[in-house]
Design a protein around this ligand. Structure first.
Ligand code: ZN
Length: 112
């Protein structure tokens, strides 16, 4: 589990300052930024385990949820599942990508 408090604060501050532009920013840009941030976070160490996600009421992407309930080791549950999903590829390359399943970050980035 990463515990980079300074990075967390940096991202929170950045998100607060850009909230006014979130609806107007191109969804491809939002997707690419998210992908890059997730790559950086994964390079710094294992991500938070999906086993521990969702307990706060936040819903997981359908694919994250599948991995969460699958009989897999914790190392498999500490990866960015959405990285290998075709939603990422579509979202990074086209506006209004035809992806619709709920709770996936790449679907939420679409300007619909
Ligand atoms: Zn997803």
């Amino acid at each position: 589990m990463n515990s980079h408090v300074p990075d967390d604060m940096l991202y929170e501050d950045l998100a607060e300052r850009t909230v006014a532009y979130q609806d107007s920013a191109p969804s491809r840009l939002k997707s690419r930024i998210y992908s890059r941030l997730m790559l950086e976070e994964a390079a710094a160490g294992p991500l938070h385990s999906l086993s521990n996600c969702g307990r706060d009421g936040r819903r997981l992407c359908v694919f994250e949820d599948l991995v969460r309930i699958a009989p897999l080791g914790e190392s498999a549950k500490q990866r960015n599942v959405c990285r290998v999903c075709h939603a990422r590829v579509l979202a990074e390359k086209m506006e209004n990508a035809p992806i619709y399943w709920p709770y996936c970050p790449y679907v939420r980035f679409q300007n619909r």
